[in-house]
Design a protein around this ligand. Structure first.
Ligand code: NAP
Ligand code: MG
Length: 512
């Protein structure tokens, strides 16, 4: 592994280069501090396999320090006394600061994760900023309800929504900044304080975010950022008795570990986990529309999306044109450095992820699926893999059951038009994150929406969302919903209040 950033022939701005060269410490209590155990993590550019920066590796004592800072900020200090309106203004100021820093953030994201700069500039940064603005709106609207209670007597009763407290947020590497903003936005709107752990592979934009948050005036301890490994920093957060809630996005396997660790103090847990999302093509579907939606449905972000449409389930009458069209489009996808303006799909995030996906491709071949496109590593430096399509995939094959999290599409076909049978094919998975159905028949669309056990259902589209549309999973895809009202309410506790306006009735005064 070489240590010089290999950015030729694609120059980066001086500000990005300067940020990469900095020593990167942990953000605890409003200050950048070195990690207690002195550990570091090398940050790799997946397009070149070269080191681009070195960050700190937090361990349990750093988690303790961050929790103490977050607790102090939550219980006392300026944050605890701040109105919803003041929190909203800080969130909007942060959104503006992020927009002003878009070029640097986008370059860091592309270097760190590999995704095309055109996408980081057009999606990750502006969508993230808009999400903060949306969440800022909730900060002034987290009201309780007044309630009429039926006891004999005269009571004034109501509910309060209070921030849940100190929250730990653990995020993956596939949308590093967007995941961070999606986590911090609602927590800050609700008035919580935060310890955020980005993925070990992609820590850079979270560190930049921390600096921007201090610049716009978030008080010390409101946001603490711990770069570090899941097995150490992440595990210490999940088990910590001083953390009131953990919000986790990542694999189902690690999600189970987080739940077990959280049992100690019964902290609240929300989980956004894996998926094995079906794209179901009904016999009346518009073939061009399917192709236009299903290609990014699976290959967007090199398939490294929890909602990737990784199972294409096609009615046999449309199988030929859909499969031919998918193969032609997959073969035409331009793979390359995220800094090359013509690139449509970048590398996978890491050597480990590349190997995981290659192992899935090998299992597809050995279990009898037919490889009709891709399947090979691209012959160049970095972790590039060809967009890959298997046909003849049966429901018992490993590639049909396990999340691959790479550019691999599994195609199967069905006959008949019984909607229960078709929905059962889509539901034949431990996951339940997203599903899309392609049809122009209104009745079929609405019935399929009801039958699919999935947190998101899209009709004639895949990967549709916005800050006000809740995201989350049925079954083993998770607990809770992020975004929208549900996403911000998840960071609150409901307190029920009853005030006696006259002497309470006899059964309430037995001992009085
Ligand atoms: P992962 O291993 O589950 O990692 C996710 C995060 O958890 C990382 O920050 C990781 O730290 C941390 N972690 C690892 N072990 C931990 C532990 N014992 N305790 C606490 N935290 C721990 O996931 P990944 O393989 O990196 O990412 C891909 C997976 O994420 C896929 O399965 C995908 O479905 C899922 N994902 C889901 C969504 C969603 O919204 N539903 C979005 C994106 C990704 P390290 O960085 O050190 O590993
Ligand atoms: Mg990991």
């Amino acid at each position: 592994m070489q240590s010089a950033p290999a950015l030729d022939p694609y120059p980066i701005t001086a500000a990005t280069a300067a940020f990469l060269k900095r020593s990167h410490e942990l953000l605890i209590g409003g200050r950048w501090v070195g990690p207690h155990a002195g550990g570091t993590i090398e940050v790799i550019d997946p397009a070149t396999a070269r080191r681009i920066a070195t960050v700190s590796a937090a361990t349990a004592p750093d988690v303790d320090a961050a929790v103490a800072a977050a607790r102090a900020a939550f219980e006392a200090g300026p944050w605890s006394a701040m109105s919803g309106g003041a929190r909203a203004k800080l969130l909007w100021a942060l959104a503006d600061r992020i927009a002003a820093d878009a070029r640097v953030l986008a370059e860091l994201e592309t270097l760190d994760n590999g995704k095309p700069l055109s996408e980081t500039l057009a999606i990750d940064i502006p969508v993230g900023a808009e999400l903060l603005r949306y969440m800022g709106g909730w900060a002034t609207k987290l009201n309780g309800e007044s309630v009429h209670i039926g006891e004999p007597g005269d009571f004034q009763a109501y509910t309060l929504r209070e921030p849940v407290g100190v929250v730990g947020q653990i995020i993956p590497w596939n949308f590093p900044l967007l995941m961070a903003l999606l986590k911090i936005g609602p927590a800050l709107a609700a008035g919580c304080t935060i310890i955020l752990k980005p993925a070990e592979q992609t820590p850079l934009t979270a560190l930049r975010l921390g600096a921007l948050m201090l610049e716009v005036g978030f008080p010390p301890g409101v946001i603490n950022i711990l770069t570090g490994y899941g097995e150490t920093a992440g595990a210490a957060m999940s088990a910590h008795g001083g953390i009131d809630k953990i919000a986790f996005t990542g694999s189902t396997e690690v999600g189970r570990r987080v739940v077990a660790a959280a049992a100690g103090n019964l902290k609240r847990v929300s989980l956004e986990l894996g998926g094995k999302s079906p794209m179901i093509v009904m016999p009346d579907a518009d073939v061009d529309a399917v192709l236009a939606g299903a290609v990014p449905g699976i290959f967007f972000n090199a398939g490294q999306s929890c909602m990737a449409g990784s199972r294409l389930i096609v009615h046999e009458t449309l199988a030929a044109p859909i499969i031919e069209g998918m193969i032609a489009r997959a073969k035409g996808i331009r793979i390359g450095s995220g800094f090359d303006p013509s690139t449509q799909v970048g590398p996978l995030v890491s050597q480990q992820q590349l190997e995981r996906v290659q192992a899935h491709i090998a299992s597809g071949l050995s279990e009898g699926a037919t490889l009709v496109a891709g399947g090979q590593r691209v012959d160049r430096e970095g972790y590039f893999l060809e967009p890959t399509i298997f046909t003849g995939v049966t429901p018992t094959m490993t590639i049909a059951r396990e999340e691959i999290f790479g550019p691999v599409l599994c195609v199967s076909t069905f006959t008949g038009t019984n909607l229960d049978d078709i929905a059962a094919l889509g539901n034949d998975t431990a996951y339940g994150l997203a599903a899309s159905v392609w049809t122009n028949n209104l009745t079929v669309a609405h019935r399929m929406i009801r039958k699919l056990k999935s947190g998101q259902v899209w009709i004639n589209a895949h990967h549709v969302g916005g800050p006000d549309l809740p995201v989350g999973g049925y079954k083993q895809s998770g607990w809770g919903r992020e975004l929208g009202r549900a996403g911000v309410e998840m960071y609150t506790e409901v307190k029920a209040v009853a005030i006696a306006l006259e002497k309470p009735g006899p059964w309430l005064t037995l001992k009085g």
